[in-house]
Design a protein. Structure first.
Length: 253
């Protein structure tokens, strides 16, 4: 055994290298598992999108409406434009504006659903000036896909009121409107109409992000192993070989 192997410093550095390499390798594997889980979820989302569209009766008869998220739907009902809400700071097509929400009382009048109707630009000169959005009267047919309630950007204390809001608190909105709103919403799809743009971004579960993180963790693991091997094994070995070579003075008679 060489003197270096008797050194506490050698074993301390070895333990540290093993710990760091093992931890980073495990984190890389965890990121790969997360990517696999999200790929399976993405496949489930795409599978839901290929199912037949729900109508009002099928949606209300579903035992698990949250389980219908991402499924196409064609719902009939009547708008309640007096309860229209504009969610601020919502981007679309590289611009910032409002996402327009209007309740739709479903055919039969027993339930209602919040419809994310589309996007409109904001007036930067006058924030309180709202763009014109046409809302047809009478019974309408709305195509879209079942979605969660609109995502929240910021959390504020208290309940927001008024037409312009940062977020929509569904229970509070239900109480304000007095409508029996469902726990899900409808993301309206189709071509631009009624002054609304509907270039919704496709659901992105961030699978590529996990692969990127895994690459970083595995790269760090490899770097630790290479540096340990070079400084703790290769360089000391080369130094020992060099020290054993006979010098010119040793070769003189």
């Amino acid at each position: 055994m060489t003197p270096a192997l008797h050194s506490p410093r050698f074993w301390l550095l070895t333990a540290a290298a093993v710990l760091v390499a093992g931890t980073t390798f495990s984190l890389g594997q965890w990121q790969l598992r997360r990517a696999a889980q999200k790929e399976a979820l993405q496949a489930a989302v795409e599978s839901k999108g290929r199912l037949p569209a729900l109508d009002v009766r099928a949606l209300l008869a579903s035992p698990d409406m949250a389980g219908e998220i991402h499924r196409p739907a064609v719902l009939k009902g009547s708008w309640r434009p007096e309860h229209t809400v504009y969610l601020d700071n919502r981007p679309m097509a590289g611009k910032t504006g409002f996402v327009v929400l209007t309740p739709l009382v479903l055919e039969g009048g027993a339930q209602a659903i919040v419809v994310q109707r589309g996007w409109v630009p904001r007036d930067f000169a006058d924030r309180t000036r709202l763009p014109e959005v046409a809302t047809p009267a009478g019974t309408v047919t709305v195509e879209g896909r079942i979605a969660s309630p609109p995502s929240k950007l910021y959390e504020f204390q208290g309940i927001e009121t008024g037409r312009i809001r940062q977020n929509l608190d569904l229970p509070a909105y239900r109480a304000q409107t007095g409508l029996p709103l469902l726990e899900v919403s409808l993301l309206q799809t189709g071509a631009a109409s009624e002054g609304l743009l509907r270039e919704w971004a496709a659901p992105n579960l961030g699978v590529d992000k996990h692969y990127g993180y895994a690459f970083q963790w595995f790269g760090l693991c490899a770097l630790v192993v290479i540096l340990y091997g070079w400084f703790q094994l290769v360089l000391p070995f080369r130094a020992r070989i060099h020290s054993r070579r006979p010098t010119s003075r040793d070769q003189l008679p």
